[in-house]
Structure formats: C-alpha cells, structure tokens
Design a protein around this ligand. Structure first.
Ligand SMILES: Cc1cc2nc3c(=O)[nH]c(=O)nc-3n(C[C@H](O)[C@H](O)[C@H](O)COP(=O)(O)OP(=O)(O)OC[C@H]3O[C@@H](n4cnc5c(N)ncnc54)[C@H](O)[C@@H]3O)c2cc1C
Length: 410
C-alpha cells in the first residue's frame, strides 16, 4: 500500500487526459501530476480507435465550444505531430451533397468554416474529378477543405504519454476499482493505496458521466454509446480515393455520415465508416464482449422516445444512419458518394470504436457540445466527442481556464 500525493489527479489517460497533463505542465501550473487509468495500457478506448482525422472546423456552430477550439487545436496538434515526425497524411477533405436538396448545406458549412477560421473553397465537378475521378456530386458542386489531415491516433497517444513520463508525470494503470472521498480530496485504490489531490480532473471518456456521479456532479446526464464499425477498401479495388470524401452531414445529429478516409501509410488503406449504431455496452467492441443489458434496455427506451418525438430530427438519423452496420445499407451509403463502388471492393476492418454521446434527461435531448462541469475540488469533462481528439490541446486550455482548479491549488 502506498500513499500518493499530487496537486492534480487526472482520471482517464485518453487524448483529453494526456493533453490536460501536457498543458498543466506547459503552463507551469504544477509539475506534481498523476494520471490514473483503469486499463493496463493507454489509448485502448476512443483515442486509439478513431478515424484520426484532424478536423478543420467546418461543422461547428459559431460560439460553441467545439467551434472555439477546433481550428486552433488542429493547428497545434498538427505542428506537434510534424515536429516529432509522426505519421501524417496532409490529404485534405472534400464534402459532396448526395442529394440536390443538400447543396444549400454546403453554403452553411462554408459560412461556419469561415467564421471558425477554417479555409474552404467551392469546387465544381471538374475539380472534384481531378481529385477523386469516381466521386459524385448531386448538384455539381463540392466543398474543399485543404487543411484537413489524417494522423495515426495510437502513435500520437503513445508519443504524448512517453513525453509526459520523461517530464515527470506519474502514471498509474490498471486501477479498475477505486473509491472516491470527494470531501477529503482522496481516492482509495483496490489494494488500499490512497491518492490525495488538490484538484481532480475527470476525463474518463465513455465512463465520464459515471465518474462524475461519484462526485455528485451532472446527475441529469447519461451516456449513450454508439458503435462505429469500419470497412476498408481492398488493395485490388480499382477505386482508391486519395483524400477524405465526406457526405453533407445532417447538422441536427452529432454523426458525420459514413465517409472514405485514407490512413497515413505510404500506400494508404482507405477506410469506409464509421457507422453510428446503438451499442449494447459502452465498451462492447465485438460480439458479446462487455454487454450491459440494463444500460442497453434503458438506452433503447430513451432512443425510442427520441424517435417518437422526433427531437432534433432524430427520425432521420434512425432512417439514414442507425442501421448502416448492415452491409447492403453501408454499400448504398458508400455508393451515394462513389456510385461505382461494389461490395466486393471492401471488407470489414478490425478497427471499431464507440462514440460516447451524452443525453440530458432534464432537457430530453442529445448534447451536441463539449461540457465541462465543476464539482467539489474537481472538474468533469463530459461529452468529449469528435472533434475532441483534433482539438485536445486547445480543449485542455479551455478546461483549465474555465475550471475552479486555480482556486483549489492556491
Ligand atoms: C469511431 C470514432 C471515430 C472518431 N473519429 C474522430 C476523428 O476522426 N477526429 C476526431 O477529432 N475525433 C474523432 N473521434 C472522437 C475522439 O476519438 C474522442 O473525442 C476522443 O478520443 C476522446 O478522448 P478521451 O480522452 O475523452 O476519451 P478516451 O480515449 O476514451 O479515454 C478515456 C480514458 O478513461 C479511462 N477510464 C474510464 N473510466 C475510468 C475509471 N473509472 N477510472 C480510471 N480510468 C477510466 C479509459 O480507460 C480511457 O483510457 C472519433 C471517435 C470514435 C469512437
């Protein structure tokens, strides 16, 4: 049994937790930091399982936290990746309307992008075909985002962790069961060891609401998990888009629609996905692993009520996205972007992630923005959904600026 002592205890060593540690050090707030994770290895959840796209900031409503941090965060993370020679594919992204009535949404995205500080350009069909000859635009127009890039998420997480270890941050892994005593600013681990802290930051990703509830914070929020499956184009497929190809998204729901994304290899593998299908457990990546029947039943009833009330256009999500893990529907979605794609061109990828979407029981709505709540000597980062990976450094700054951390350390 050990008695640990730290100024700042970070619960959850994904990209958000690691970036927080990085910024706490970088800003000279404290050197006495512990990052605690329930897993033996870091990056095994969303931060190591995402598409790796550094988003350029087109989607987010000006004024939202996502809009405030995405462009700056993407720029900083890209520079950080480049300085360390980590894999990067600076391939850009093109967004195409899959139906003629979606053309006007390109204007909305372009406007949002410009107000958020992103660079965008309208393309005609000829320009689109110069980039991806087989891509289709229903209206003859497309929106080009030159600054969208792709990284290898797990290499970013591993490098950031190594750097933090070198700088003296302590990591405690495999801490599955711990008990919180918020009034004493203390956690007790399963082996009886204790960690006393000045301020705790909860960045537990898919479990962040459950951790927050232990501190009496955010009791009206619960997380709904959505499974993101990927397929990949086979090397023999005659179609290999060389940049990101996205549909115009439904801006009422938090998912961007199935898209084509090249990875960072010298000859990139192109993934198709991810889907956003209701998951049966927060960490139910495969088969019957980690199924949570009670949670699944409660979430299904929430989703059914959302469907019946059609809140935020939820029916459209169900009709267009909820069942895309079925190969014929996925093929149909992919063919809206590239009509010549055939099912024999792709196979299921072993990559799978789970998106943690926050639901507000009070407002009966899905939360669309990041949420950062203060608790007793603690800060709770809820709903760190996409683009939290892209934005992580800037998001960490925002969290540090807004939290009560400074008061608790002085
Ligand atoms: C399929 C998919 C595709 C995505 N694509 C993109 C993209 O292209 N670009 C982008 O910017 N974002 C993308 N995202 C979103 C991005 O991955 C997340 O926003 C980001 O990784 C969140 O990081 P995090 O640190 O909050 O969570 P995580 O990476 O999940 O880390 C949370 C950590 O907390 C730990 N933990 C949980 N409970 C406890 C506990 N009780 N005690 C101790 N530790 C605990 C977990 O073990 C985990 O290590 C995608 C997400 C998914 C799922």
């Amino acid at each position: 049994m050990t008695s640990f002592n730290c100024d700042i205890l970070i619960v959850g060593g994904g990209m958000v937790g690691l970036s927080l540690a990085y910024q706490v050090l970088g800003r000279g707030i404290s050197k006495n930091i512990i990052v605690l994770d329930k897993e033996d290895k870091f990056g095994v959840h969303s931060s190591g399982r995402n598409s790796g796209v550094l988003h350029a900031g087109l989607y987010y409503k000006p004024g939202t936290l996502k809009a405030r941090v995405c462009v700056d965060g993407a720029k900083r993370l890209r520079e950080w990746v480049e300085e360390r020679n980590l894999p990067l594919n600076a391939c850009g992204k093109v967004i195409v309307p899959q139906r003629i009535d979606l053309d006007s949404q390109l204007e909305v995205l372009a406007e949002r992008g410009k107000s958020n500080g992103a660079t965008v350009e309208f393309w005609d069909e000829h320009q689109l075909h110069q980039c991806i000859p087989e891509a289709r635009t229903a209206s003859g127009r497309a929106l080009w985002s030159p600054n969208t890039a792709v990284v290898k998420p797990i290499s970013v997480v591993n490098s950031l962790q190594s750097e933090l270890i070198e700088k003296g941050v302590r990591f405690l892994s495999g801490c599955r069961n711990w008990f919180a005593s918020p009034e004493q600013c203390k956690l007790t681990l399963a082996d009886g060891s204790t960690i006393s802290y000045g301020h705790l930051i909860n960045s537990a990703g898919l479990q962040a609401d459950r951790v927050a509830h232990l501190f009496g914070v955010g009791l009206q929020y619960t997380l709904l998990p959505f499974k993101g499956l990927y397929w990949k184009l086979k090397p023999e497929s005659p179609i290999q888009p060389r940049c990101n190809l996205y549909p115009v998204p439904d801006l009422n729901v938090p998912f961007l629609g199935v898209h084509f994304t090249p990875n960072t290899e010298a000859t990139p593998t192109i993934s198709i996905g991810p889907t956003a299908t209701p998951a049966w457990g927060r960490e139910n990546y495969r088969g019957l692993q980690a199924i949570e029947p009670l949670m699944a039943a409660s979430n299904l009833s929430i989703l059914a009520r959302q469907y019946l009330a059609n809140r935020g256009g939820f029916r459209r999500y169900v009709h267009e996205q909820a069942f895309l893990s079925l190969p014929p529907l996925l093929l149909n979605a992919a063919q809206q972007l590239i009509p010549e794609i055939k099912s024999e061109y792709f196979s299921l990828s072993d990559k799978v992630g789970i998106r943690s979407q926050l639901f507000n029981r009070d407002g009966q709505r899905l939360e669309d923005d990041f949420l950062c709540l203060d608790g007793p000597h603690s800060t709770h980062v809820l709903n760190a959904i996409s683009p939290a990976f892209t934005a992580s450094f800037a998001l960490a700054d925002l969290i540090l600026d807004q939290s009560s951390l400074a008061n608790n350390l002085s």
